[in-house]
Design a protein around this ligand. Structure first.
Ligand code: HEC
Length: 161
């Protein structure tokens, strides 16, 4: 018990004094695990450069995500759902099949209609495991592949009920 407490304190100390800092332009918060909703648990990614992934959404997107899941479950694959401005989707990418070794994050934030029509009115980000931007305005490099995905504009996940 004492050992575990000590370990916890050491981990906390390392976190507090950590050299890396979460960059302000990253569209999701560092504490997303307690503030966002997990919509897909650890699964194998269909992305060629990812291994295993979890998907999380911001709470303001929860209703739209559920509505989309209902439409898809009803067989409506032609749906052109509009997701709310400000909604964020985070794909957490891991090296291992148990989703224990974090590799990095990709994230999408829904912008105002017409703000970035070439890239589906999303802000696209590739963020490293410490919350630093690898490329926080990735745009076309991401949207190009996502254009072939469904069901919502430029979204590749298929929400489930
Ligand atoms: C080669 C195709 C491809 C490229 C390039 C790509 N993605 Fe994706 N993305 C996918 C696929 C497929 C999924 C579905 C989940 C999975 O299997 O990994 C996905 C899912 C996502 C999700 C979860 C929400 C959703 O749309 O399903 C986010 C967020 C995301 N990608 C962000 C990005 C960002 C940011 C970039 C660029 C840095 C990017 N993606 C580049 C194929 C791609």
């Amino acid at each position: 018990m004492a050992g575990r407490v000590l370990t916890s304190l050491l981990v906390l100390g390392t976190a507090l004094s950590g050299c890396a800092s979460w960059e302000p332009e990253v569209v999701f918060p560092e504490n997303y695990r307690s503030t966002y909703k997990k919509v897909a648990s650890c699964t194998k990614s269909a992305h060629p450069a990812a291994n295993y992934i979890e998907t999380w959404i911001s709470p303001d997107g929860s209703d739209a995500w559920s509505a989309l899941a209902v439409q898809l479950a009803a067989g409506d694959t032609e749906t052109t759902a509009v997701l709310p401005e400000g909604m964020v989707i985070v794909k957490v990418q891991y090296d291992d099949s148990k989703c224990q070794t974090l590799a990095n994050y990709t994230a999408m934030k829904k912008l105002a209609v017409g703000a970035a029509p070439d890239v589906g009115d999303w802000n696209w980000q590739f963020v490293d495991e410490n919350g630093e931007c690898n490329d926080c305005a990735s745009g076309a490099s991401c949207a190009g592949c996502h254009k072939s995905c469904g069901p919502a504009p430029l979204m590749c996940s298929h929400p489930k009920k």
